[in-house]
Design a protein around this ligand. Structure first.
Ligand code: AHR
Length: 495
């Protein structure tokens, strides 16, 4: 393959990479909470019932903003059911996933987990079957000092100090007809504005995420966002985007070219935010919160058959999926000026980087790109000028063979590069025009036997990252040969 050159310049900055782009999402769905993060019967459980093996694996991902409790679950969830003495918490029929929800894990347990994991809690209020007042009361429970009804309830439950939850989502996917309490954009706009006002009245310091279009294929795509953002005005600190992708046509080159479509989705939502800002002649604008994203197309069935902790959405990930996850991160970094929060959906068992089976744990292929990027997330995203070969995906259009992004952190340059070719190694040259690359601090390579290779309980390390010694600094530049279907993450020293 012809060489690819990445040309950077430290003055060509996109914006600081927000650490919250490395967030996650934990929903009461399938075995995500029960048998996932919380399982008092496990030999790995700590005294609070939290699974220490799952926590140890997830700790490697250094996740930041953690969204909870849903997802679709949130639209039927009454937070009061999940606080107080466990023996008094109701067991309910959960409507979004047709499961049994015993409420053994709720707000207090989630906050305890966030503290243990150094996660920033991000709560989704129920704007499906719930009321704006119920949402406001949850803010009081979490954030207000003792001296009023719900804050005192928190104190009575053993938490004298407020939890200080800063990030709140105004419902989930409210544009989707599958959502409990779905309605047209104007109805959601009114309800979310009412909730937003009352929530901010309870705590002025919180930040709110409005429900944007949950997919680019929605009939109301962009029109929903226009109406909601216009009506919410300054109450919307962020607008949400969701995206689940898959290789439905079994066309790997086209699947790996999905980055074009991710870039476009971000730019379209950014355009909606700028349009509303201009229309309102406002100094403020909503930023983007990509609060659900991942590969998800095989394990689609969502019927829990009315049981507790059913096996749902237990997607098995392969090498090509891991390359697509790297593509999401490249796209977020390339749009660091507007994408401020992003949450991998989800974290354990349900469309997740980690699976459990009894007391065993398996790390899936998509775990590795997250780990490789999150270690190198500090700094300012740089524009990447890329010269090299390209190809045309059947549905996603023309892309360069090598997908890339870069972050400058003082005298360290982080470069991420994915070789999308199934057959050919890609020679890569990295240059930063106004500086000299003097050495390699660290580098990892993620690859595997073939596009469909996946880790299994029998072969748990088939697809994983390894230390990469193939980067050569010379004449102020760095060169490497990327194997077919691989991701390289490198930290270079620059002068
Ligand atoms: O993450 C799984 C589900 O996908 C979420 O509950 C929902 O918001 C989305 O449709």
């Amino acid at each position: 393959m012809q060489p690819t050159t990445l040309i950077l310049h430290s003055d060509f900055q996109i914006g600081a990479v927000d650490p919250r782009v490395f967030g996650g999402f934990l929903e009461h769905l399938g075995r995500a909470v029960y048998e996932g993060v919380y399982d008092p019967s496990s030999q790995h459980a700590d005294p609070d019932g939290q699974r220490t093996d799952v926590m140890a694996a997830l700790r490697r991902l250094r996740m930041t903003a953690m969204r909870y409790p849903g997802g679709n679950f949130a639209s039927g969830y009454h937070w009061l059911d999940g606080v107080g003495p466990r023996a008094r918490r109701p067991t309910v029929r959960e409507l979004a996933w047709n499961s049994i929800e015993p409420n053994r894990f709720g707000t207090d347990e989630f906050i305890r987990l966030c503290r243990a994991m150094d996660w920033t809690p991000m709560l989704t209020v129920n704007l499906g079957t719930g009321t704006p007042e119920e949402a406001r009361n949850w803010v009081e429970y979490c954030n207000c000092p003792a001296g009023s009804q719900y804050a005192d309830l928190r104190v009575a439950n053993g938490h004298a100090e407020p939890f200080g939850v800063k990030l709140w989502c105004l419902g989930n996917e409210m544009d989707g007809p599958w959502q409990l309490g779905h309605g047209p954009a104007d109805q959601y706009a009114i309800r979310s504005q009412q909730a937003a006002k009352m929530m901010k009245d309870a705590d002025r310091s919180i930040e709110l995420v409005a429900c944007g279009s949950c997919g680019i294929g929605m009939a109301t795509y962009m029109e929903w966002d226009r109406q909601v953002l216009d009506y919410l005005g300054d109450f919307a600190d962020y607008v949400s985007l969701h995206r689940y992708v898959g290789n439905r046509n079994d066309d790997t080159p086209d699947y790996l070219a999905i980055t074009n479509s991710l870039d476009r989705q971000i730019e379209e939502m950014d355009a909606a935010c700028r349009f509303i800002q201009a229309k309102r002649r406002s100094k403020r604008r909503a930023y983007l919160c990509f609060d659900e994203w991942n590969v998800w197309y095989r394990a689609r069935g969502g019927d829990g058959a009315g049981v507790f902790a059913p096996h749902l959405l237990e997607e098995v990930y392969n090498l090509e999926d891991a390359l697509v996850v790297a593509g999401f991160f490249n796209s977020f970094i390339r749009h660091a000026d507007v994408v401020k929060i992003a949450n991998l959906a989800q974290i354990v068992n349900v469309i997740a980087p980690v699976l459990t089976s009894g007391d065993d744990l398996l790390v899936q292929s998509i775990f590795y790109p997250f780990e490789m990027y999150t270690q190198r997330r500090n700094g300012v995203a740089l524009r990447v000028a890329l010269r090299g070969p390209s190809y045309e995906g059947k549905t996603n259009g023309v892309v360069s063979n090598v997908d890339a992004s870069a972050i400058l952190d003082a005298d360290r340059l982080h470069v991420f590069a994915t070789n999308r070719s199934l057959t050919d190694a890609a020679p890569l040259e990295v240059a930063i025009a106004d500086r000299a690359i003097t050495g390699v601090e660290s580098a990892e390579l993620l690859t595997g036997p073939d596009a469909k290779a996946a880790n299994t309980w029998e072969q748990p390390d088939l697809v994983r990252s390894r230390r990469f010694d193939g980067i050569r600094p010379a004449d102020g530049r760095a060169t490497a040969l990327l194997p077919p279907l691989s991701v390289v993450a490198m930290t270079l020293r620059v002068q």
